[in-house]
Ligand binder design. Sequence first.
Ligand code: UDP
Length: 329
Amino acid sequence: MSIAICGGAGYIGSHVVQKLIEENRDIVVIDNLEYGHKSAIATPNFYRGNIGDKDFLKTVFKKHNVDTVVHLCAYIEVGESVLHPDKYYINNVVNAINLLNVMKEMDIKNFIFSSTAAVYGEPDIIPLVETSNKNPSNAYGETKYAFENALKWYSNAYGINYVIFRYFNVAGAHPNGHIGEDHSPESHLVPIVLQVPLGQRENIKIFGDDYPTKDGTCVRDYIHVCDLANAHSLAIDYLKKGGENTILNLGNGAGFTVKEVIDVAREITGHSIPTEIVSRRAGDPSELVASSEKAKTVLGFTPQFAELKTIIETAWNWHKSHPNGFNDK
Ligand code: UDP
């Protein structure tokens, strides 16, 4: 039996793949390479294709005797999702439902879904627990929440067992230095900040400094990508042992403002990293901080790279040695 990692050539996916390779698991990777990188994965079991293509999925799942699916192929840009919700609903909902339908037809029972802190929207109380109000402030969060709900009903009717992870802000790179973040275009704070000391941009634009936070900039909870990958490995074992359906936040429980992230990056890179305050980005909640107590209890999840400094250091090591990312497009 093997584990299919859909979206395995992406940033988070490639770290999940690497973790499962280190554990000598049987895996097969699917990715359409629209945003993913073939060079990010070290397995010959790779198939290029789309999760919207039923025949393709069935052929791969049958050939590799898949019993567990990890679904990481989604569009992820908050700002873009507000401007182009059609793109987000088609991929993050319609295509993802197609994947579930294939699982239903092939009687594949274990499913791990990468959801997001964006399902919560503007929080009432910090830290967020899994039962906190869900009120997404952008189409990205809405599509993830719509699929979470669909999954609940598919599970109820067709016996698909799931772990839903709500990722907070994922950053950092594998300490082996071979894989890291490479989005084109890049929209995430940590890699964009590091483009300044790399000489790829003059300054970092801060999207709003009039939020009700300690320095006026948005607060986020940053989690290392390898800790996230480890959580997926734990979830695979959990489901294979018959664990109940569960929804788990993945964060570190510590919030940092945009300005604080930039300060840590200055300390690590030794660069002044000039900033410019610009208007707010559409769809940004002011503060998102997780309680990950449930993931600790249910999975025994313990972050190994919890310090923001370590997260940015590993990211910096990756970007310094790969200023143009994988350079494989
Ligand atoms: N951000 C920023 N400038 C940038 C990119 C991001 O000020 O060039 C802010 C963004 O408004 C948010 C935080 O950094 O408050 C984290 O944004 P990111 O896109 O990394 O993750 P998100 O929280 O949207 O998932």
